[in-house]
Design a protein around this ligand. Sequence first.
Ligand code: SF4
Length: 220
Amino acid sequence: MRVKESRIGQLLPSHLSPLTFYYLALYPVNEIFYSLQGEGFNTGTPSVFIRLSGCNLSCAFCDTDHHRHTMMSAPQIVDEVMHFPSAPLIVITGGEPLLHVDNTLVKALKMTGKAIAIETNGTLPLPLGIDWVTLSPKEAFTGGDSLPCVLTSCDELKVVYLGQDLSQYDHIDAKHRFLQPCYVDDFEQRQSNMKSCVKAVLSNPTWRLSLQAHRILKIR
Ligand code: SF4
């Protein structure tokens, strides 16, 4: 188990500087890759994705392979991100990235000069310094309902739509609201999910449709 920054501070000899935290903290990185953001408000934006491993929920429809990982320090992650110097945006995703993201990592990523976005299920508090928060609560789904969503404001609310009552999200303060069809392998079911999502947006026009453009384009 990784020791949190504040705890490390208590354990380290007093002659070691805070910079030591920067090198000691390790994060379980599933993958770092460069692609276009495929979902929500920032769709089409060239982005460096940092996928961290592990989640505190187990949604029945989860198709994210986030279990494999390599432990990396903040400087190692920054080095990888800087392989893509012109990318304007970093997207930290998972799994549930807030199981791991702390102020040390956010400060390190800030040094790249890129904006930092995070995609979270909202069950954990946010560190300071995140530029764009995508909240995707899963309480409406089997396996996603084991922990409450504690985040009540975000830049964009992105909800996977499976016919649930949308009024349950009314209390969330969001600049943008997106409904996204649930992606499944079965073609007929996928088409059906798409149609019901379009119908829901037409009936609830404070929401917008979000398609997973990366799947349509067959890119990562
Ligand atoms: S919150 Fe996301 S990553 Fe976690 S189990 Fe649910 S769908 Fe998968």
